[in-house]
Design a protein around this ligand. Structure first.
Ligand SMILES: *Cc1c(COP(=O)(O)O)cnc(C)c1O
Length: 449
């Protein structure tokens, strides 16, 4: 018998300068002089390179990444096969405009996404440069296909920053402030957020009142369902706080839509591409949307989004929509490599790695009463922090303090919602990374307690 493999010695996290280091400080100062004040930088991380779940800054400090550039670096930083695909594609041609001409990688990405998306019916795919652009396109498709104007989205939703998507977004009011008027005929209702049920009810005795109230409240008083084009929903709410809705929730939304000829749009821009343990989160609840949106993790960091719709819904006419850059060949090459790696190599590992991370987080929650709620699917895990468990008062200061303390110790985190820490590492994160990150989080919680 072979002796067991020695544990791989990792050269990260490794902090070698005060943070930010001198080179980082110089770049932050230069950036501050010239860039838009709207950028809400989290902490002074100035990246020089990355590999797998390691990010190195310009001063040689190495960090363990538990945020993947907002759940984008799905295959890890600079995965060699993604980089090779990008290089090969870039060396041949950079652009020809997929809205007007053809190339194989564009057809291949659309074919691949249509076959990966849940549901057996025929599908068609439109490629975009970003998530928000996928949302915009979906609004147009929904209104065009139904000839209805109404759009329903959820409190806490994040769908993007352009006008249509921003109008559906209801995550932080500063994202709307001063930008009105927004798109008309958009209605927001509470999400299936059981830790803070908007109706003060408890699952399962609530019988999914948050869904049935759309009928008994919104449809009865304010908005006739025959005027509604689509319901936009994140199967796991991302920016709103990594919230997993209760069992039956998405199926109930599907039934509500079917009863009224309303289209169901799943925004899987954050939770898709393997993050929750299946290629798309929708697969885990067996609900098939009419339109599915993806972006973030799709091309490992190159800009690419997609609208995947059933053929009967994506029936806008020739010339009705297009994009100069959408489906850029280099981004498509990155997506094909990403989908290969995620589907065949990483996806089988996500459930076990997610379970290890979740078990570790639950052990922390046993020891730290600041953790009010723990939730998630796969490698998409949220820890909602509270001032005390009885009142469930959100504790955004603790989130800020822990994120900063983690950065100082070499762990990259991000918050979401009002007071939630999100754990969204690259899908290549291994057991040693998970244990290291959780140990650092433990130290930060201890220091903040
Ligand atoms: C990030 C995000 C978007 C917007 O994507 P961008 O690429 O930033 O425009 C939309 N929906 C969800 C769920 C997201 O997480």
């Amino acid at each position: 018998m072979k002796p067991p493999m020695p544990p791989a010695v990792k050269d990260y996290p490794r902090i070698v300068t005060p943070l930010p280091g001198p080179r980082a400080r110089a770049i932050v100062a230069r950036d501050a002089a010239w860039t838009s004040p709207s950028y809400a930088r989290e902490y002074p991380l100035v990246v020089e390179r990355g590999s797998g779940s390691m990010v190195q800054d310009v001063d040689g400090n190495r960090f363990l990444d538990f945020m993947a550039g907002i759940a984008v670096a799905s295959t890890g930083h600079a995965h060699p096969r993604v980089v090779a695909a990008v290089q090969e594609s870039a060396a041949r041609f950079l652009h020809i405009c997929g809205s007007d001409f053809y190339y194989e990688s564009m057809a291949a990405v659309c074919e691949r996404l249509a076959s990966l998306a849940p549901g057996t019916g025929a599908k068609r795919v439109f490629l975009t440069n970003s998530g928000t652009e996928a949302v915009e396109g979906a609004i147009k498709i929904a209104r065009n296909a139904t000839r209805r104007a109404g759009l329903i989205a959820f409190h806490g939703a994040f769908h993007g920053r352009t006008y249509g998507a921003m109008s559906l977004t209801s995550s932080k009011s500063r994202q709307h402030a001063g930008f009105g008027p927004l798109l008309p005929e958009v209605y927001h209702v509470p999400y299936g957020y059981c830790y803070r049920c908007a109706f003060g009810k408890t699952y399962p005795s609530c019988e999914l009142y948050c869904v049935s109230s759309i009928e008994s409240d919104l449809f009865a008083r304010q908005l006739d369902p025959s005027d509604v084009a689509a319901i936009f929903v994140e199967p796991v709410q991302g920016e709103g706080g990594y919230i997993v809705p209760p069992p039956g929730y998405l199926a109930a939304l599907r039934a509500l839509c079917d009863a009224h000829g309303i289209l169901l749009v799943f925004d899987e821009i954050q939770c898709g591409i393997g993050r929750t343990g299946t290629m798309f989160a929708a697969e885990q609840v067996g609900v098939v949307p009419d339109i599915l949106l993806t972006a973030k993790g799709l091309a490992s960091g190159l800009p690419l989004g997609a609208i995947i719709a059933s053929e009967s819904v994506m029936r806008w006419g020739t010339g009705a929509h297009g994009s100069t850059f959408g489906g850029n060949p280099v981004a498509c090459a990155a997506a094909l490599a990403t989908l290969d790696i995620v589907q065949h190599e990483l996806l089988p590992l996500v459930p076990a790695r997610g379970a290890r991370m979740m078990a570790g987080v639950r052990r922390l929650a046993e020891r730290y009463p600041a953790i009010g709620d723990v939730r998630g699917l796969g490698l998409m895990i949220g820890l909602e922090l509270v001032t005390d468990r009885a009142s469930r008062t959100p504790n955004p200061d603790a989130v800020r303090t822990i994120i900063d303390a983690a950065f100082q110790r070499g762990l990259l985190l991000l918050g979401c919602g009002k007071s939630t820490l999100r754990l969204a590492p690259p899908l290549v994160v291994d057991d040693a990374d998970i244990d290291t990150g959780l140990a650092i989080l433990d130290e930060c919680l201890k220091a903040t307690a």
